[in-house]
Design a protein. Sequence first.
Length: 567
Amino acid sequence: MAAVETARARAQAVLRVRGRAVAAAVLPAAVAVVLLAGRVTGRLGAPGSPDVAAWDAVRWAVCAVAAATLLVAGLVARARRTAAVPQTPAVPLSRADAPELYRLIGELADRLEVPAPSAIALTPDCDSWLEDVPVPRAGRRAARGRGDTPPPAPVLVIGSPFLWWMRAGELRALLAPVVAGTAAAADPDIAAARRFVRGLDASLDSGADTGSALDPGPAPEAGAGPRARRGTRLLTDRITRRLLGACREHSAELERAVAGWASEQAKAVDYGLRIAAQEQVGLAYAGWDRMLTRVALPAWKLGRHPCHLNAGVVAALTELSRRDRLAADGYGTRLGDRPACDLLEEPGTVDAAVSLLAAELFFGSPEAPSAAGTAPAPASAPAPPSAPASAAPGGPGGDCSPAAAAEGWKELDWADYPTEVVDLGWRTRAADLQAALDRLAPQARPGAPTLTRLLSRLSDGDGEPLAAALAGQLARTGRPPSLLEPVRSGRDLLVEHVTAMVCCAAVDTAGGTPGMDWLDGPVLLIGGVRRSDLAEPVAQAVEQGQDGPLRAWLDAAGVRLEKPVRL
């Protein structure tokens, strides 16, 4: 109960800050009313008295201050009221989409003796939280008119990888502390304090988005209007920051107390299983991160939208458990338990929606290169391994969501990944490398792209200028790095593009095939065996100009250096 009292005390402290701000805004007006009343009643500066001029001057000054104060306070309140509180993008799940999941969450809330969440949504991330439902101002006034009506219960947002990787019991144990937080959200003081702080935050964010608070100043022809608006925005932002500074410590302590409160409440529910579930959180996060950066990102760069990322996480972690004995501990026994994705009516459809949202959030709008769709498919591109039975029905091989087409993405099934992403990506990079090579060292006549020409340039010490030419070319024609992609040097880009050209030559002349690894993404297969020994000889050729190891690798693999590479 100590955490409960601490949370309420901190919420009341935040509300006192709000109250003091309101009091400071109306105080000059109250003084002005007193002075004007004194003038009417003749008690303060009555007409004909010797001090009437002095009192009139005081009255005018106080009224002016009161008017200015009320105007500024009104602007601050208006900015806070009209600012849109950001809502985390998520895929909503209706009760018809997941009746069993709603039943599980409802039973969990009953056991914890807290209000059940008003709805459930999925986020393409490895986290879970409660998202407050924005209540219109008119709705809050109506609720106050009916008495002490509690605010609506928040929405439970669940990380989608948890649903596909965890068992149903593990998910329930993991969500218990989160669901317990609905009790705090139902407290009127806590809800009002959070709403006040969120409004202040949103007000500052909207100012930063428009840039008005940060502009150095208008152009001479901009006029006085924009300058006045900018000055007003600067003033309201400064006041808002002061209010946030006064609330910051109380708000942080409030959230810590609420978290402690929820944790204590949840200890009575599946506490032992929660420890095991927390271990699976780390695995799910590792698999999801690797799936996004190694597998999804190459597809997104080509405008392809993998439709079943969550089912792919299951396949990736299953592959990890096969390779790593530590990760495999307990995996076999978990397979006997019901997967949490079975709580959904149409797991494949939900996975497609979450996968599309992940593409939009982590990458942005699709932008396929000019060569997209022009490269013919290799004669024998193997399909990647299927996801295990523990994946969602309609998983890696299921139908994709039709919403992807409306977003500009080309839908991608896992079986088409080697052809649509791996081979096309290699040939797109090889074409970029050939263009940079032609720009750096033009020929008497245009020559066909061959490894012989490339290796001769590298051995002549042209690696550095070629890397610079490639980086400049991509900077002019490419898109900025995504959230998942670090900024790379020209040398790193050259290594990547040389590797792609080597892989293209291996496919064209040595019977190689593009493949997909659930943990590493695009891979080269020669004779059905993954070749992971290409990175070091390529790095030596690029960084040191020593093409001997790479030539030896190509000779052993049966790659013909003089044969043109198909771009």
